[in-house]
Design a protein around this ligand. Sequence first.
Ligand SMILES: *Cc1c(COP(=O)(O)O)cnc(C)c1O
Length: 374
Amino acid sequence: MGIPDMNDVKVPFIDLKQRYIEEKEELLHCVERVLESGHLVMTPELAEFENDVSIYTGAKHCIGLNSGTDALMMSLMAAGVGRGDEVITTPISFVATSGAIAHVGAKPVYVDVGPDQNIDSNLIAAAITPKTKAIMPVHWIGRVADMSKILEIAERHNLVVLEDSAQCMGSYLDGQHGGTFGLAGAISFHPLKNLNAIGDGGLLLTNDDDVARKVRLYRNHGLADRDNCVEYGVNSRLDILNAEVLRFRLKRLDGIIEKRQANVALYREMIRASEVRIPQDKSNQKTSYVMCLSLCERRDELQAHLRENGIESLVYYGCPLHLQPAAQKFGYKAGDLPVAENQAGHVLAFPHHQHLTPDQIEYVADTINGFYGA
Ligand SMILES: *Cc1c(COP(=O)(O)O)cnc(C)c1O
C-alpha cells in the first residue's frame, strides 16, 4: 500500500513499529519457544490456536491457512462453486473477494451497496439467475452485513452463503460473531488487520463437518496421513510461529478493539464539518473497525490538505471492484453500480490504530474542520 511521501509526519496512518516495542518481550519469547522446539509446521500448537479461535468466535471448526484469500477460495471450493456458476457479491471490498470467485472459475455478480458500504440486501433477489450458486457478502471494516435478510434469501433460493469476514475478528451482529452465519467464513491475519500475524495468515470458520474435513485435507496436499493422498490439494498451512504469535495476540484483541472503537467515537465527536460522514453502527452491530472510513466532499483536496499538515490518510478504494481492469471480462461498465461508484469518489480512511492519542485525533479533526471552515 502506498503511503504518500511526507517530510514531517505528525500523525501516521498505522504504527506497527510501536506495536513491536510494546510486545517485544512476548514476541521474542514466541520465536524462542518455537525455534527451540524444532517444530515449525502442523504441530499441536496450531490446533491449540484453532481451538482458541473456536472458543472466541463460537465456530465449531477453525482451520488455520496461509491467508484470508486462501480461506475465501477454499470456502468456495468446499461449497462446490466452480466453472459456470455465479456468485453474488459486493463491489466494495479488497480485490481478493472477486479474485477468489474468479479463481474457482465462477463469475462475480455485483450488487450495489447501501450507505454503510455493505451489500444492499434489498437488491440481492433481483440479481439471482439459474446459475447463481452462492452469495458472498463482505463485512467491510468489520461491520457485519444484513445477515438475517441474506440468509433468508439464500434459503428461499437454495444458495449457500460464504462470508468474506476477513476484517471480522471481534465483530458481532446480534451477539453472534461475524463469519459464523453462513456455510463458512474467511478470516485474515494480514498485518493491517486487528488480529495480525507477523506476515501473512488466515483462517476458515465453519460449523459444517464436511466443509471442515475438505478444507483440512486441501490445505495439506490432500494427505489423509503421511502416505495417503486422497485428493490433490495445496500447501496452505498457518505456520507455527504465527500460530504462537496469534495465540498471544488473541488475548489482547478485545482491548485493541475497544481502543479502536473509542478512536472512531472521538473522531465522530470532534469532526464538526457536515461534509464528512463516518457511517454509524446499528444498535445490534458491534464493529471491530479495522479502518476508520469516512465519506467526504472534495476528498482529494481534503487529502492533500491533510498531507500538507503532516497527516497520513488513504483511499480505500478509489476503484470499485466491477471497474477493475481484471473484471472487464465480466462486462460491467461505469454507471452500473452508482452508489458504490459514488462512494469510491468520496471515501477516505483517517489515521487509526491503537496507539493513536486523543491529542492526535483532535489535531486531525481540527485540520479537517479548518479545511471546510466548520
Ligand atoms: C484483508 C482482506 C482480504 C484478504 O486477506 P489476506 O489475508 O490478505 O489474503 C480479503 N477480503 C477483505 C475484505 C480483506 O480486508
